[in-house]
Design a protein around this ligand. Structure first.
Ligand SMILES: Cc1cc2nc3c(=O)[nH]c(=O)nc-3n(C[C@H](O)[C@H](O)[C@H](O)COP(=O)(O)OP(=O)(O)OC[C@H]3O[C@@H](n4cnc5c(N)ncnc54)[C@H](O)[C@@H]3O)c2cc1C
Length: 341
């Protein structure tokens, strides 16, 4: 019987695991990919946009070579943190189901604990726990254009690296920083790149609205001036075909461009199915559907079910870490009170 099962070993799950260990809880982290899987999937060599104090788990721990860490430095920091602190993380194990269970009739328990027993089923086994923390991120469902040809193998929903596309004709569709970065990497390293973007996104300069960061936008503009990048003000993508893509401009004009690869980088959504089956309520947040939870305790309407990180109202790593750090001491105190420990 665990006190806490944490689903996901991103920054939120790692921070929570660290606090759970410090509080002496019986906990386990179950991660379907690798430690820091979302960061592992960032483009190779990317310099992240956050500053060190927004990324580190303990002050002064993260020491990148330059002002901001690269993907590799950040990933290595989180992996080392898990290993050095001997956190109980099981990787490459997927949580498939979380169900409420009744306590066996004879079990001694206090009133507060009555409703808190869960069975967590994974592709490798089963766990019983009093509490579950969903720290599952928001990368499970990349958004689609829903146009003909989107299922062709040359259409990718995430940008990994540029070298396979040198001297190829690449189209990036999207208006946020990930699309901007992908277009920049591709153009700089020798792919014939088109960024298809809504004019409002290109002209957006508000970081709170998810604009392309200025240190990405400025070099993008230089690439435009150097003619290594084409900018297409998009009305819509009409159809993706072998060897070409048909686009409609903001003024309704149809053009067909030659094409070898399409990156559709228009955001992604969390998988909320497990939470909904448990009875967790959701609502429409700024970036899509989010679970409803108490901002102080991070507990949902289902007692014993907690949420933290990217798929809640915290889109960035700092918020994910803070959530993990804040919720566990409160949960530990509650468990101690309930059990008279
Ligand atoms: C290219 C890119 C660059 C970014 N740069 C920055 C930046 O500079 N600064 C910043 O603050 N944010 C940045 N972000 C956003 C940042 O990655 C997220 O805010 C952060 O990862 C959130 O942490 P998390 O722990 O909430 O979720 P995640 O890091 O996404 O972790 C969730 C984990 O849960 C696992 N999981 C999901 N479902 C299951 C399941 N059923 N069973 C088991 N495991 C499961 C996933 O595999 C994943 O490892 C960037 C994002 C991208 C894509």
């Amino acid at each position: 019987m665990f006190d806490l099962v944490i689903i996901g070993a991103g920054p939120a799950g790692i921070a929570a695991a660290y606090e759970a260990k410090r509080a002496g809880l019986d906990y386990v982290v179950i991660e379907k990919g690798l430690i820091g899987n979302t960061i592992y999937n960032y483009p190779v060599g990317l310099t992240v946009f956050s500053t060190v104090n927004e990324l580190e788990l303990n002050e002064g721990d993260l020491k990148p070579a330059r002002e901001k860490p690269t993907r590799e430095e950040l990933l290595s920091y989180y992996v080392r943190f898990v290993l050095d602190n001997e956190l109980n993380v099981r990787t490459e194990e997927t949580v498939l189901d979380v169900r409420k269970e009744e306590f066996p009739a004879k079990t001694q328990r206090s009133k507060e604990e009555d409703s808190n027993l869960f069975k967590v089923v994974t592709d490798k086994g089963e766990y019983r726990t009093r509490n579950v923390l969903f720290a599952i991120g928001a990368m499970d469902h990349p958004r689609k254009l829903n146009v003909p040809g989107e299922d062709l193998p040359k259409v990718l929903d995430h940008f990994r690296e540029t070298y396979p596309w040198v001297k190829k004709k690449a189209l990036v569709v999207g208006g946020g920083n990930s699309a901007g970065e992908a277009a920049l990497f591709l153009a700089q390293e020798g792919a014939d790149t088109t960024l298809a973007i809504f004019r409002a996104d290109w002209e957006n300069t508000d970081p709170k609205q998810g604009c392309i960061k200025y240190w990405v936008k400025q070099p993008l503009e230089q690439e435009l001036n150097g003619h290594c990048l084409n900018l297409f003000f998009l009305g819509k993508v009409v159809e993706i075909r072998e060897g070409e893509v048909e686009l409609e401009s903001e003024t309704g004009e149809r053009v067909t461009i030659e094409n070898d690869v399409v990156f559709v980088l228009i955001g992604s959504d969390a998988e909320l199915g497990l939470l909904k089956v448990l009875g967790v309520e959701t609502e429409h947040g700024k970036y899509g559907e989010v679970p409803v939870y108490d901002f102080g305790t991070f507990e949902t309407n289902v007692p014993g079910v907690y949420v933290a990180g990217h798929f809640t109202n915290h889109r960035h790593i700092k918020g994910a870490i803070d959530a993990g750090k804040k919720l566990v001491p409160k949960l530990a105190a509650k468990l101690k009170n309930a059990a008279g420990r």
